[in-house]
Design a protein around this ligand. Structure first.
Ligand code: URA
Length: 252
């Protein structure tokens, strides 16, 4: 949050002194309401600021929660002509990019934004943002194998950090099972490689939570905008988390 006169000056409206005069003269609106208090603070990322009814041209920051279907590329373009995530964002005119990535065959919660600071904060490994997946695997990995994954396994790019795992569903006949797994890292194909390392390959992978956000009953291929509280909570928690934190459980 910054003082309005500072935001206006930074947006190139006028000098800070002149911007104060504009506010005092009742020429500035914040989210549609005229403000005349010089102490008023705003967040240019989420608040709509206008001078004489005209937007001050601060790019509106967008934060989108998308339920990515399987068979879609997490990228801004694809030279093989496959479907990309932004094909699904009808009605979003700003250029947004994914916060981290999901494999082509992975479905579920993917965030998109045009806010580079937000994306950096949530994907930086030192912030340990928890990500929860439902991994359907071949067979049923028994307890000691799950314990191995909980403690950390050696992959070709090093040991994995401690993870949380529990059984979510075991198919009658035990041909396959679904495990809920929460990891605090974001290495390439990490969940698939973790299960490969215990010889229970993943046949279906769905991300159901990212930080405090849950996919809930969002339909596949649809999206929604995050509200200000959700964005602030994600950023606040990412900033304070410099050691792994427990994922809030959800039955999604
Ligand atoms: N782990 C994977 O293996 N794939 C993903 O898409 C995400 C996490």
């Amino acid at each position: 949050m910054e003082r309005l006169q500072k935001i206006l000056a930074q947006a190139g409206i006028a000098s800070r002194r002149k911007c104060e005069e504009l506010i005092l003269a009742g020429k500035v609106q914040l989210n549609g309401e005229t403000v005349t208090e010089l102490g008023t603070k705003a967040d240019p990322a989420v608040d709509e600021i206008t001078v004489n009814g005209k937007s001050v041209g601060v790019e509106k920051k967008l934060y989108i929660l998308f339920n990515k279907p399987k068979g879609v590329i997490t990228s801004a373009s694809d030279d093989k002509g496959r479907k990309i995530v932004t094909d699904y964002l009808k009605g979003v005119n700003e250029r947004v990019f994914p916060v981290g990535r999901l494999d082509y065959d992975t479905e579920g919660l993917l965030l998109l934004t045009n806010d580079g600071d937000f994306a950096y904060l949530l994907t930086h490994p030192k912030h340990h943002v928890p990500k929860t997946y439902l991994a359907t695997v071949k067979g049923v990995p028994h307890g000691t194998l799950l314990d191995k994954l909980k403690q950390g396994v050696m992959l070709e790019d090093g040991m994995t950090a401690p993870a949380e795992l529990d059984y979510y569903d075991i198919e009658p006949g035990e041909k396959q099972s679904t495990i809920r797994i929460t990891i605090h890292e974001g290495r390439n194909r990490q969940v698939r490689r973790m299960f490969e390392s215990i010889n229970h390959p993943v046949t279906r992978l769905k991300r159901i939570s990212f930080g405090e956000l849950h996919l809930g009953n969002m339909k596949r291929g649809l999206y929604r905008h995050l509200d200000k509280q959700e964005v602030e909570e994600l950023m606040r928690n990412a900033k304070k988390a410099d050691k792994p934190r427990k994922q809030i459980k959800s039955d999604t």
